[in-house]
Write a protein that binds this ligand. Structure first.
Ligand code: TNX
Length: 566
């Protein structure tokens, strides 16, 4: 038992115990009611579990299991007010038991054992990483019995995803930041789950408007909640350069001092960026940095006019047009610049990817464009990273492992299909399905409509595996939803555009196609409004979703209208 237990938590525990006796048992969230939908769900109504005040979280000995257990404890302590001590597997105290088990521990607690606690009478949560069992790098197994809950995985990310599933199986009040009197019941049974695609992401444009580290961390939390595993940061554009580069210091210092509309802008120091990367990594989210080349470079040219065609210094840009700026592809200095920037950004980035943009370079045409891209691809390869670029990269020669990100709207592009035949893999970000900067409806207060209006059904009802003509499902690495921020200026606005569409994209990336069902999805998603509300997360009350009624009024913060947070 911990030596110190806050008085408030003590009171809450007592209150919860009393309330638990007075209240009729709350019907737990049904075992399959998780977003994204799990691969396999086996409910066992006789095995519902209620988290007791003296529950213990037990982790297998690997540091990653301990870390998952610590994150689980941090998620559950505020609302429950329970101490939830984290222990190693050995020497468990009786009481509530939540078990998290990784790798080798599988031998001790084989998947499929009836009692997840392995000890009669114990109750709680246990976190293990057992070897293999087909769970792969991200799969997990979650067993709920009357005695406790066990999450097992073959690798750390699986435990993280299992923890997020458990979070959704608890009552919505678990999102409260202060203790709540609630019966913390979880439906009995087993979930065995793993993703359909390995790359599931969202992009945040921090160049058009700059967002500080804390805002980005909160976006990481939203990704992790829905088992998205990549955060693509669009770090550079005409309006701002947002990452410190020691060899070209004016990029950030001069190029970062602007944004759309003329605000102050900003940029990440290397330590800021490392903080984002580390926070994301702990939540099994890989940061993908994008340095957009050779277009979308006005901010770089303001800082270093020597890179501009004709060496003419351009004025800073705070508008929202695209396609006018470019690095001089005929000047060798341009490639020194690209190599220096790519080297420094690659060195800061533990993930395997480096995104070089390549979109809308309207003034660098034909061989000048493909020649530039091919050199940039080689520069990235020399750092050991795998290149990603927007699908405009397609005509350039293949580079080992390269990935194209499709953002078109017509589902048919022979150049992209040809690049796939030459070996490219694809991330699907169709503008008319996944663009989170598109308005939901004509009256949405912020956003664009050039790729159409995208409400939740439109974001959900398509298949990344068969979306592009001539591209087989095996070539699809995954799916990602970009949020461009020309019109997005605050965290509340980011959340308003992300939710409730991000979970739709997350489900396309994670869940087996056989679970795809709009009627069921919208019902499952509806239950997330009380969670977001309790957590203080802004979202759009889309008419596509049958939100539950709330006594206090409308279910959500409708950004841009009365009662919206600012
Ligand atoms: C197109 S999509 C762009 C961005 C804009 C976005 C606005 C892509 C690769 N380029 O520069 O921000 O449209 O929706």
């Amino acid at each position: 038992m911990p030596a110190h237990r806050p008085a408030a938590a003590e009171l809450a525990r007592a209150a919860a115990e009393v309330a638990g006796e007075l209240l009729a048992p709350a019907a737990p969230v049904r075992l399959g009611d998780v977003v994204p939908a799990p691969e396999r769900v086996h409910p066992d109504p006789a095995a519902d579990f209620t988290l007791p005040a003296d529950a213990v979280i037990q982790a297998s000995p690997e540091p990653a299991a301990r870390d998952a257990a610590d994150l689980l404890a941090a998620l559950l302590r505020p609302a429950t007010g329970y101490p939830l001590p984290v222990t190693e597997t050995a020497g468990v105290e009786p009481g509530g038991l939540l078990m998290l088990t990784l790798g080798a521990a599988a031998a001790t607690h084989p998947a499929g054992a009836g009692d997840p606690t392995g000890a009669a009478g114990a109750a709680g949560v246990r976190v293990d990483l057992p070897g293999g069992a087909g769970l792969g790098a991200e799969g997990y197994r979650l067993d709920v019995t009357r005695a406790g809950i066990r999450i097992t995985a073959a690798a750390p990310a699986g435990l993280g995803h299992g923890v997020q599933t458990l979070r959704q199986l608890l009552p919505a009040a678990i999102e409260s930041s202060t203790p709540v009197a609630e019966r913390w019941a979880v439906a009995g049974g087993t979930i065995v789950d793993r993703p359909r695609f390995p790359y599931r992401g969202a992009m945040l444009d921090v160049a058009r408007h700059f967002f500080g580290v804390d805002d980005v961390l909160r976006v990481v939390d939203h990704l992790a909640r829905y088992k998205l595993n990549h955060l693509h940061l669009h770090l550079t554009d005409d309006q701002g350069w947002r990452i410190a580069v020691d060899s070209w210091p004016k990029l950030a210092e001069v190029g970062g001092a602007n944004e759309v509309g003329g605000g102050p802008g900003g940029w990440y120091t290397k330590d800021d960026y490392r903080r984002i990367v580390a926070y994301a990594a702990r939540r099994h989210v890989t940061v993908v940095p994008e340095i957009d080349l050779p277009g979308h470079t006005n901010a770089a040219l303001v800082a270093y006019p020597e890179l501009a065609p004709g060496k003419v210094p351009p004025p800073p840009y705070t508008g929202t047009e695209v396609g006018f700026s470019y690095l001089d592809p005929a000047d060798e200095r341009t490639y020194d610049f690209v190599a220096d920037v790519v080297r420094e950004v690659a060195a800061l980035t533990p993930g395997p990817w480096l995104h070089i943009g390549g979109d809308e370079a309207f003034k660098v045409k034909g061989a000048a464009y493909t020649g530039f891209v091919e050199r940039a691809q080689r520069i990235v390869a020399a750092t050991g990273k795998t290149v990603i670029g927007w699908h405009q990269l397609a005509p350039a020669a293949h580079a080992e492992g390269r990935v194209l990100q499709w953002w078109g709207t017509n589902g048919d592009d022979p150049e992209t299909a040809d690049a796939v035949r030459r070996g490219a893999r694809l991330i699907l970000s169709p503008g008319n399905r996944t663009y989170l900067d598109m308005k939901y409806a004509a009256d949405t207060p912020i956003g664009h409509d050039w790729a159409g209006l995208i409400d939740v059904r439109r974001a959900y009802d398509w298949d990344p595996g068969s979306h592009l003509t001539g591209v087989p499902a095996e070539a699809v690495l995954g799916v990602a939803a970009p949020l461009w921020t020309e019109s997005v200026t605050s965290l509340a606005e980011i959340e308003f555009m992300l939710l409730p569409r991000l979970p739709a994209v997350a489900e396309l990336g994670w869940s087996p196609r056989s679970t795809h069902d709009w009627a069921r999805f919208r019902a499952r998603l509806a239950a997330h409004a009380p969670r977001w509300h309790t957590a203080g997360i802004t979202y759009h009350p889309s008419p596509d979703i049958p939100w539950p009624a709330r006594k206090e009024g409308p279910p959500v913060n409708d950004f841009g209208r009365a009662g919206a947070p600012s």
